[in-house]
Ligand binder design. Sequence first.
Ligand SMILES: NC(=O)c1ccc[n+]([C@@H]2O[C@H](COP(=O)([O-])OP(=O)(O)OC[C@H]3O[C@@H](n4cnc5c(N)ncnc54)[C@H](OP(=O)(O)O)[C@@H]3O)[C@@H](O)[C@H]2O)c1
Length: 295
Amino acid sequence: MRLDDGARGYGAVWRTTGSVKQRDVVKKICFVGGGNMASAMLAGLRKKHPLLDCHIIEPFAPAREKLAALGVTVHEAANRAAIDGTDAVVLAVKPQVLKQVCGELLPCLDGELIVSIAAGTRISTLSRWLNGHQRIVRTMPNTPALIGQGITGLYAPSALAAADVATATDLMQSTGVVVPVDNEAMIDAVTAVSGSGPAYVFHWIESMLAAAHGVGFDATDARTLVLATLKGATALAEASDESPSLLRERVTSKGGTTAAALAVINERGVQQALIDAVRAARDRGAELGDTLDTA
Ligand SMILES: NC(=O)c1ccc[n+]([C@@H]2O[C@H](COP(=O)([O-])OP(=O)(O)OC[C@H]3O[C@@H](n4cnc5c(N)ncnc54)[C@H](OP(=O)(O)O)[C@@H]3O)[C@@H](O)[C@H]2O)c1
């Protein structure tokens, strides 16, 4: 048996080599909420599982029409037919409507695997809203998921069956890479690093664009220079065996231009600001989790 390419060994689906029994591919999925994330996951899943039977519960009629045109079976409200026989029910609504959604879902559930992508909502909270339901996986994707380049943190309680973890991992791999974490509090850390991370990068891009304008480039050239630099440096860091520190040192000759820039960056404490920012995001995530826990 081998596992597909999930990070740290959780595979997409169990594959067979020799005598080990194969776990079947995902056959039916039901999304609750047909917004951005559900659409992104749908696109990725269909590439992987062309025969997937996909159901989406979505109260907004124009959204249902769009999804129906993609060949999805749409439902205005939760019902047993949408959920019956699914490999997983994916909670893809905003956290503020999640309690209500769980209330609507509850009468239709019969022990199915629930995969939540909702920010800030703990498994214990979801389980309480779902009358003690235990088969729940919590994940935290990020916005590049919308173009298939996301990264998702995934937490599955240790009592959960390996097949459920594999199904949840497979679903989330439809939008990019999956990193499992072994305690739920680390989902707040994932949120702080990769969930909110794109915003830090966008902020960096904005700052670099302002800097490029400041030294005389028009908007078009500034955009080309900044985005290509970011893309190229990221690709180099990914391709290289050397650490980012070493790569930085290699372009920083003593007394040179990069050294002059980095001296300002260090003097202003940019690295410490980022470390503090990530801690603040993680702590805010824990606080939001506490608030929802009392809802
Ligand atoms: N977008 C991301 O990259 C990203 C990243 C990390 C985490 N997440 C999490 O993923 C979740 C979904 O995000 P999203 O960006 O996909 O949100 P979204 O585009 O707003 O989609 C949510 C969908 O759920 C629908 N909905 C509302 N009430 C419902 C109900 N009672 N039953 C069924 N569907 C209902 C909404 O319809 P209406 O429009 O009519 O309200 C909307 O179509 C959120 O919890 C978010 O925190 C998203």
